[in-house]
Structure formats: C-alpha cells, structure tokens
Design a protein around this ligand. Structure first.
Ligand code: SAM
Length: 269
C-alpha cells in the first residue's frame, strides 16, 4: 500500500494505532487497513463501539463549552486525536475567537493532520508529546507560546488515560499536571470503564485472551475517581458519558446504565 500524503514518513503502516482506529470508528478517512481491521474486530466483539465513540465526542464538546462558559481562555487537549467533527478549537472559537487551544498527541498522524487544518490559525496549534512524560509535555506546551501557565488552563484528558497501563501511573501523571496549573484551572476526563458492562470490557481490554495490540485499560469507578484527587468535582461528579450534563436527546448516543465510559470535570481550588 502506498503511503498517503497525510501520513508522515516513519509511520508504521502495519501497526494499528489508537488514534487511527478511533478515527475509523468515527467514520474518518485518516486510517490504514490495519486500523480498520482493528476497529472491525472491536465491533464484532462489541457492536455498539461507534456509539461509544460518538458519546465520548459529545461529552468532550459539552465539557469544553462548560469550561469556556466558566471563563477558561486556554485549553491544552492531551491525547487530542485525529481532527474530526466538532474539534475543540471549533467549539470554543464559536464562543470566543480569542481562546487559545493547543493539541498534544503522541501519534504523528494526529499531529500532522491537526497542523494541516490549523495552518494560518494563530490561536491554535499542535505538538507531538507523551502524557507519560508530563514535564516534557508541559515544556513543549509553554514553548509554543499558546499556553500561559500563569493563567488558568482547561486540561482535557478525554479518552486517553485508559491507554496508559497501571505501570505508567496515570493517577500520578494527572497529579503532575495539576501541580503545574494555576488555581481556577479545570480538568475534563473521560475513561473506559468495566463498571457497567464487565463482560464487554473483558472482551476489549488489555488482558483479553486474544492478542490486543492497542492495550486498552478499562478501570472501575474507584480507579477513575482517583484521577480527580485534589480537584473539586463539578456536579454531577463522575458519571456515565451520556449523563454528564446532557443538553438534548442527541447527546444520548449510549443508553444510561449501559455506557462503557465514565466522565467528570474537576476544578483546582
Ligand atoms: N481526545 C480525543 C477524543 O476523545 O475524541 C481522541 C481520543 S483517542 C481514543 C486517544 C488519543 O490518545 C489517540 O490520538 C492517541 O494517539 C493518544 N495517546 C495515546 N497515548 C498517549 C500518550 N502517552 N500521550 C499522548 N497522547 C496519547
């Protein structure tokens, strides 16, 4: 298969990536055959996976609007993924075109495509960075000039922390980020959970018996609530994706009681 123009040199086209597999689930076009196969395999095990992806995107948009309405004027979106409908900069610039947005992702395809769509936009940018190395990530963010760590920041950790293994210490990584931001900052987190549908989580999770190349770490409620340690939880707390401040019927992509994701927003006092 020829390398498409959007795929940077050095990207292994034989290895599925979470960013491209998620893009495939959302019906995007920045994915390889191996990603589409991984997405199809996931759907054969859990047919409503695309609804989960839509439910997660809907949470992201609601949380971002909530943060912008709460006065946040700069967003650091970590594990931002391949741009798709309703990106953070589009949502916030509809509220205030001066809001700054920095996308950070470990996946070169996600970063390259983000840069391509942001060309000429002085209020938004993208960096390649690893959440497992928060100090480096924060340095890169500061170097862009888009994020001023002397002012409150909206940190977005949406559908990314479940890609970190326990050995990557995800709770400690969130704590490192919290330590670096000013009071008045917020964090929005969504995370795959084994809480409501343990059987389906078992089929898709990193410990599934078939070789899972993506490595998704479903966690229980307690494990996800622990990530908000030190943040004041905003109402309604850590809840299923579709019931975090739904705005309309259209937000109910997944039936409450059946979601594979938990989500919440916290504020640093
Ligand atoms: N946040 C977007 C959303 O919720 O729609 C995209 C979520 S996508 C499922 C997860 C993203 O996290 C992927 O783009 C992947 O490349 C990125 N990612 C995985 N591990 C990461 C890490 N250690 N540091 C930064 N990004 C990472």
């Amino acid at each position: 298969m020829d390398r498409p123009a959007w795929a940077p040199e050095g990207v292994d086209m034989q290895q599925a990536s979470p960013a491209r597999m998620y893009d495939a689930l959302l019906g995007g076009s920045h994915n390889f055959e191996i990603d589409r196969k991984a997405a199809e395999m996931g759907k054969s095990l859990v047919p409503d996976l695309p609804r989960l992806a839509l439910s997660n995107r809907a949470f992201l948009r609601r949380a971002v609007r909530f943060l912008a309405d709460s006065g946040i004027r700069q967003f650091l979106d970590i594990g931002s993924g391949i741009p798709t409908a309703g990106n953070v900069h589009e949502v916030v610039h509809a509220i205030d075109p001066d809001i700054r947005v920095l996308y950070a992702d470990i996946d070169p395809v996600a970063v390259a495509h983000s840069r391509a769509i942001l060309r000429g936009n002085s209020r938004a940018g993208a960096v390649e960075a690893d959440l497992r190395k928060p100090a480096e990530l924060l340095d890169k963010a500061a170097e862009t000039g888009l994020i001023d760590f002397d002012q409150p920041v909206g940190l977005l950790l949406v559908a990314v922390l479940h890609l970190l293994a326990d050995s990557d210490e995800p709770v400690a990584k969130v704590a490192d980020l919290r330590a670096a931001v000013q009071p008045g900052s917020y964090v929005a987190i969504s995370h795959l959970t084994s809480e409501m549908r343990p059987e389906d989580a078992g089929k898709l999770g990193a410990n599934a018996s078939d070789k899972n190349r993506i490595g998704i770490h479903f966690r229980n409620r307690e494990g996800i609530v622990a990530m908000f340690e030190g943040w004041d939880l905003i109402e309604p707390g850590v809840v299923e994706l579709p019931v975090w401040r739904p705005e309309s019927e259209r937000d109910l992509h997944e039936a409450p009681g059946r979601s594979l994701g938990l989500a919440g927003v916290g504020r640093k006092a």
